[in-house]
Structure formats: C-alpha cells, structure tokens
Design a protein around this ligand. Structure first.
Ligand SMILES: *Cc1c(COP(=O)(O)O)cnc(C)c1O
Length: 379
C-alpha cells in the first residue's frame, strides 16, 4: 500500500472521476445489455488497484479482472466483494482458495482438472479459447469438447463464461481480427449450454468493433484514459480522459557558468550561463534514462531535461530563475501546455501501456475526484 503522507514532493495524481467518466462514456457507446469488466491487473496499470476497483464498481461495473491469483486475493483481502476473474493462469493448487474466495478462474487445459481436489464451494470458471493470439487457450474443437465434458462431470465446477483475446483489435487491418472472431463463433457452437458470459473485446475492440461485444467487454487501457494505439485514437467514439498526472517540485536551482557540465558522464555542457534546476525524481521512480531530453512543464512553459537521468534525481534547464518548491508537471497539463503519457511512450519507443506500469512503488499515488463539470476550473 502507498502511504497517505509523504515528504518528497514527487507523486502521481490519479483522478478517479476521469476513470468513472471513461467507463460511463463506454457504457453509453456500447449497448446497455453489455457489461463492462474493469481490468485492474498490474495494480490497475499502475493507478492503484483498490482505489480504481472501488471507483469502477461505483459506476455499476459488476466484474473486475486481474491477471494473477495473487492480485485477486489482494482485492478480496481488502474488502472487494464483486466477482473477480483471473485472466491468466492459476495453478491447480489455487482452486480451493479460489472457490473459498469466490474468485473466477480462467481454464484451458483438461489436465488441470486432474490435479484439483474436491472443492469446498463451487468454482466458477471461464474457458479461454485461443483464436489466434497464441498465448493461452484451447486451440482445437476436440480440446474444447473434451474440456467441456471434463467440467460437466464435476458438480463443483461451473462454466460461467467463455472468452478469447484479439491480437490486432487496435489495428486498421481487420483480417486477423475477423478470422479470430469467426473462429470464436465456430467454437461457441460446441457448448451444449450457452455460458452466462461470453466476452471477447479489449478496449480497442469495445471502442471500434461493435460486432465483438457479446455479453461483456474487458475494459483496460482506455478506462485509464489512454488509447490502445494511434489508429484507435483517430477512431475514438468519445474523448478519453487521462486519469494520471505526474508531479514534482524544484528542490534546487543554480546559475551555472558556461563550460560546466551536468550529471553522470558529463554529457551536457552549459553553453552560456544557464539556470539549472534539480528535480527529485529519477529512474528508480520509473522516469527511465531514455527520457533524457524530454520536457517538463514549469510556469506553463516547456523546459528540457538535460544530461543523464540519475537514479533519484534529474536536472532541467530553465529560461528564468524560479523559487525552490516551484511546481513541476512531468505528465499532465499546465497553462496551455500538456505532456501526455503518449509523449513519454514515444520518447521511450514504447506504447502508452508501459508508462504508468513502470512508475514504481516509490511514487505515491494521490487520489482526486474532479467532477466532470469542474475539469476546466483551476485546482
Ligand atoms: C489486459 C487484458 C485486457 C485489457 O486490454 P486493454 O487493451 O488494456 O483494454 C483484456 N483481456 C485480457 C485477456 C487481458 O490480458
């Protein structure tokens, strides 16, 4: 858990209302018969699993999804009572614990059931079908038939759902997507009884592929206000609200003489007298060295990070002197300027998903609940 109080002025702010607005806008976009499963794996993509789960449930979301058994247990232990689906692999030894804690598991191997003891309570499972992602799931019709038969022989296991995962739902080319959807529909024919919850869509498919909705969508990245890809961001049916911003303050400032160098390796040389400020955030916080040269916002203006980013600190060049304690926005809006998670992702040659996930535990998460109609008012 993150501390409520912290002394270093570096923190990530997570606006839970933005998360709620993204869910409510998605609900409006998809039919009211389609449920939203809020994906809160990986500490809710770095945003804080408990806080995000509660916010999502407040919007009427009925099920949460995590990646691992341990993530599910953490939610239960902390008082989350909604249905929870573990999307990834759970070892057979977890089955008893899952049934006791009413945690729904993903299954895709017939042999898995050879290893589970009789269960104290009924276990809900979702069958995962690999339609082309090549990660987890039954592949052939025979495998699926056998798995369904194996489960039907057990009175303590219930097939609550069936799902698949798309490899290219966020791309313009729909060939792979369509073939995966077709295979999924063919495999659905093999169920003697229709499972309660059929689901295929991740954020991208939920936003742009109405034909993939079925009973529920698994809403991950875009719940946090981020677009799954550049293509989807051009096709968005509504505007997403980025929930996370990253903040620090100037802790030291100096006028440095021309010819001096800054940071490890002395890679940056001051060309004329410059104002150089030090910020208390570094790569151990997730501000990776690849972000050297990225800009930050101070007094509504962009100022560059110069020299190498250190483990705990980095330096920036200012065009003016500012006070110690001057607020710095690393990700977010200040005045008319904005630095987005997508900007960081581009600088790091990666995707937006990675950026909030790599902000380490050392960065406290602070929660706000800005009301929708208040978003343009200064804080
Ligand atoms: C992570 C994950 C999702 C969510 O995907 P987004 O692109 O973040 O919406 C959905 N389904 C599965 C199986 C996942 O692992």
């Amino acid at each position: 858990m993150q501390p409520n109080n912290f002394y270093r002025p570096t923190f990530a702010q997570v606006d839970l209302n933005s998360i709620k607005v993204n869910i409510l806008n998605l609900k409006k976009h998809i039919s009211s018969f389609v449920d939203v499963i809020a994906v809160v794996k990986a500490n809710a993509y770095g945003h804080g699993d408990l806080e995000v789960s509660k916010a999502a449930l407040e919007t009427g979301v009925r099920m949460l999804a995590v990646a691992t058994p341990d993530e599910a247990i953490r939610l239960r232990t902390n008082g989350i009572e909604s249905p929870i689906l573990v999307l990834g692999y759970s070892p057979p030894s977890f089955a008893v614990v899952a049934s006791e804690n009413d945690i729904t598991l993903t299954v895709f191997q017939e042999e898995w059931f050879l290893h589970i003891q009789p269960l104290p309570r009924n276990l809900n499972v979702h069958i995962k079908i690999d339609t082309g992602m090549g990660r987890l799931g039954v592949i052939t019709e025979l495998q699926l038939k056998t798995l369904i038969q194996t489960i039907s022989k057990r009175s303590d296991v219930k097939i609550d759902g069936v799902f698949t995962h798309f490899a290219t739902a966020d791309e313009e080319d729909v060939i792979q997507f369509t073939s995966q959807l077709d295979k999924f529909k063919r495999m659905l024919q093999l169920f003697p009884e229709r499972p309660r919850c059929i689901h295929t869509a991740n954020s991208a498919a939920a936003l742009i592929h109405a034909e993939s909705l079925f009973d529920a969508v698994r809403f991950g990245i875009s719940m946090y206000g981020l677009s799954p890809s550049a293509f989807v961001s051009r096709e968005l049916p509504f505007q997403l609200m980025q929930a996370m911003t990253l903040h620090t303050e100037v802790v030291h400032i100096k006028n440095v003489l021309a010819g001096s160098t800054i940071s490890y390796g002395a890679t940056y040389t001051v060309s004329k007298d410059e104002w150089i400020a030090t910020l208390p955030i570094g790569y151990a916080d997730g501000m990776l060295r690849g972000l050297a040269g990225q800009e930050v916002l101070i007094q509504g203006k962009r100022m560059p990070i110069i020299g190498r980013i250190c483990m705990d600190q980095c330096m920036i060049r200012l065009d003016r002197p500012v006070n110690i304690g001057e607020p710095v926005i690393l990700i977010g809006r200040q005045g008319n300027e904005e630095i987005t998670i997508e900007d960081w992702a581009q600088k790091l040659h990666t995707i937006s998903y990675e950026v909030p996930c790599i902000l380490t535990q050392r960065v406290p998460r602070k929660y706000t609940h800005t009301l929708v109609f208040d978003i343009n008012r200064p804080n």
